[in-house]
Ligand binder design. Sequence first.
Ligand code: NAP
Length: 340
Amino acid sequence: MARSVFIPRHGDVSVLEVRDGPPAALRPGTVRIRVSAIGVNFADVMMRMGLYPQAPKPPFVPGYEVAGTVVESAGDDGPAPGSRVWAVTRFGGYTEDLIAPAGKVHPLPENWSFEEGAAFPVAYLTAWMGLQEMARIREGDQVLVYGAAGGVGLAAVQIARAVGARVLGTCGGANKAQAVLEHGAEKAVNYKQEKIEDVASAWAPGGIDVAFDARGGGAMRRGLALLKPGGRLVAYGMSEAITGQKRNLFATAVTSLSFLRINLLQLVQNNWGVFGLDVLRLWDRDDLLPRVMVPLNTGIKTGSFRATVDTTFPMEQAGEAHRYLHERKNIGKVVLTTGV
Ligand SMILES: NC(=O)c1ccc[n+]([C@@H]2O[C@H](COP(=O)([O-])OP(=O)(O)OC[C@H]3O[C@@H](n4cnc5c(N)ncnc54)[C@H](OP(=O)(O)O)[C@@H]3O)[C@@H](O)[C@H]2O)c1
């Protein structure tokens, strides 16, 4: 039997439930992973609350990223049994026994813990897709990273720094601002003390080159106005829709509608580019993952890219992990451990 954490119905953190079930069967082209660590994402919180349209209908097992040991392999393509790996999965990751397509399984660097492996994929793949594949950041670019102390945020800071871009990171707290600076940002703004727009305008009087924004809503549209001619905004979330522990359909509707208010004429007149990013919907682009992993692996080898694990919770306390993320306590990633 294998344990998994289910979202049996939408609701607060108390709905999460550990269930025992028979291990899933191996299919051609897949490997079985004995999972040691599981990355927790803000999207998991949103799907538990019923605010994530791409999620399956409950009951289902959430989770996009794991690290562990291959115990069985169907075919010669994948890593051999005994290999330490990290893997991405389209849901189903909150489990101690995962069947994953061999192409989505990657060797865990020798000096990384399972926790670091599980914390890596979603944050770095998202930040790389947004900043490199879409916004095409270059040396000297002034890049505004919102939510810079979160999992994706710190990855974005590292990735921007690795090409020699200059980073202004936003966050809500002095300890978070300190972490953002330690990860290589040139400047950090604690929005509880200073207005982001004021700091950004003083930092980049001619406008910023790239904004990386998971807030959505009116805040994102205000950020657009900070771009210089030729500037690019990557929109990859809508955290503005999360106002409390309960689902707020009004805030969700207002945040969603603000995306529709981006005006193509305004983009033309200002020479601005806006990209929308949802890595989950790139799942079937089999060409992308290997291509993106080549430069990411270079950064892993040089030590430029390494996930920051804030804290771990045993799998049985997945609800506490969600609460921790929801209350914005994390600097970097939150990880579940299975004890195997
Ligand atoms: N589109 C995609 O493909 C994709 C992929 C991965 C993640 N995402 C999105 O990217 C964002 C970051 O994800 P993550 O897993 O890195 O999350 P995370 O570690 O929890 O970081 C998110 C940060 O956003 C800030 N925030 C702003 N509004 C918030 C709210 N209402 N509730 C909680 N935090 C809020 C918090 O920073 P401060 O306290 O400093 O404000 C928090 O640290 C999320 O919105 C997520 O849905 C999108």
